[in-house]
Ligand binder design. Structure first.
Ligand code: SAH
Ligand code: SF4
Length: 417
């Protein structure tokens, strides 16, 4: 099994290489020496590593048939079939098809839609846009939750400081071992996530990043707010992505739910990280007391931050079940797809806790990225940001994911920008 298809380098322009995948061309950023004719893996628009020609050919033989077979399934399943909707919904969707900008009012209108046929049409349209813009690639990142210590006390979070829970920290060696295992399962991109845990100082974080980068994998950091200087050093050490949600665009709500943290500081860090050339994944929580207008503002702020990937999901309370309807999340996925056609949109694991079918439905409503948890079981049980998280073996989860993706014609790969 494989999470990436090697491409052949057919052109090099300064720090960008053009990779060819069975006739499809993609640009990827370069930060190493390569030459035309090399075969390489890319993730998130970054060239990860060059591989031997013999190995590339072996993988490509498997993929060649599958590649076109999956594309065909995706093309078929992403056609718009529903035709029944009110004039207003049809008008807004026509704007989407003509690539006209949606107004805030249009977005609010779609967010309020409840009729099942109209919802079907909205999701199908979003899936169709996804197919046209991104083809059938669906990147699958692995996530390693390496510490549940946190200095913050965000009211919504199951591992916040004031909660009396069993805490753990993985050693540098353990983290690297888990990463190795994930790479051996085929992952080409890993997210390293933790509470804001300053026990991992600059030195430890650099060591972790350097060691994992050697495994030829794209590294995303999800460690909360740290000094800009540290993020710069981590970029130099080989990290290329950051997952940092702004959580809500409503300052008052932010400051109420995230005591002693600062909205402006978080937003300017996201902007700084973008300037440092990090690949950015950002977004917000749904269901923490925001209004519908807030949700639209959240989508618009995500767009303004120009992320590579949108990451938003329902708030799942520690004590009970979520009040967020899964259709609300699907509508947000579709709206995000409409206003930012080029971006990747993640189906988050919090969404998957709402319903066992939510992953597939999210992918059919415009999303095109997934994250699988590769944290060892003994720690995963303690990293309860929210309850109801799936507790399955990594290998089983990988198999199920690949089966699901194949069934809807998606290739578990990321062909770059
Ligand atoms: N400490 C880091 C990373 C870990 S938290 C940070 O805060 O950025 C990762 C994400 O989990 C947060 O961005 C938040 O949106 C989400 N999260 C926290 N508690 C949650 C809950 N109860 N339900 C759903 N998502 C939650
Ligand atoms: Fe800590 Fe992140 Fe949870 Fe806030 S959301 S308490 S920063 S782990």
């Amino acid at each position: 099994m494989c999470y990436a298809i090697p491409g052949k380098i057919i052109e090099i322009k300064k720090n960008v290489a053009v990779l060819d995948y069975f006739g499809e061309k993609r640009n990827v950023l370069l930060d190493q020496d390569v030459k035309v004719g090399d075969y390489a893996y890319a993730q998130g628009g970054v060239l990860i590593n060059v591989i031997e020609k013999a190995e590339a050919e072996r993988v490509l033989i498997f993929w060649k048939e599958k590649f076109f077979e999956l594309k065909e399934i995706d093309e078929k399943t992403s056609k718009v079939q529903e035709i029944n909707a009110s004039t207003k919904v049809l008008e807004i969707l026509e704007k989407v098809n003509l690539s006209k900008e949606l107004t805030k009012e249009d977005m609010m209108f779609l967010l309020k839609v409840e009729d099942s046929r109209e919802l079907k049409l909205i999701y199908e349209t979003a899936n169709n846009v996804r197919q046209k813009e991104h083809d059938n690639a669906c990147c699958v990142h692995g996530i390693i939750e390496f510490s549940n210590y946190c200095k913050n006390d965000c009211s919504y979070c199951g591992i916040r400081k004031s909660r009396n829970i069993q805490r753990y920290r993985m050693s540098v060696k353990e983290i690297v071992e888990v990463a190795k295992k994930a790479v051996s399962l085929g992952f080409k991109a890993l997210v390293l996530q933790s509470g804001e845990d300053y026990w991992y100082d600059e030195e430890k974080l650099i060591e972790i990043v350097k060691k994992i980068r050697k495994l030829n994998v794209l590294i995303f950091l999800s460690i909360g707010v740290r000094e800009k200087r540290i993020y710069e050093k981590l970029y130099q050490a080989g990290a290329r992505g950051v997952l940092l949600r702004f959580e809500t665009s409503d300052r008052e709500l932010f400051e109420r739910e995230r005591p002693k943290t600062n909205f402006n500081k978080r937003i300017s860090l996201i902007r700084d990280l973008k300037e440092m050339k990090y690949i950015i994944a950002t977004g917000f929580l749904v269901g923490i007391g925001e209004s519908e207008e807030n949700i639209v503002n959240n989508i618009l702020l995500t767009k303004e931050l120009e992320p590579d990937m949108y990451s938003f999901g329902p708030f799942i309370p520690s004590g009970g079940s979520s009040k967020v309807e899964k259709d609300l999340i699907f509508k947000i996925i579709a709206l995000s797809r409409f206003i930012d056609k080029k971006s990747k949109i993640l189906v988050t694991s919090a969404l998957e806790t709402l319903d066992s079918n939510a992953r597939k439905e999210g992918l059919m409503a415009g999303a095109n990225s997934l994250m699988l948890n590769v944290t060892p079981k003994k720690y995963k049980e303690l990293y309860n940001l929210y309850p109801g998280r799936k507790d399955e073996e990594v290998i089983k989860a990988v198999d199920e994911t690949v089966d699901l993706l194949y069934s809807i014609g998606r290739a578990p790969t990321d062909l770059g920008i």
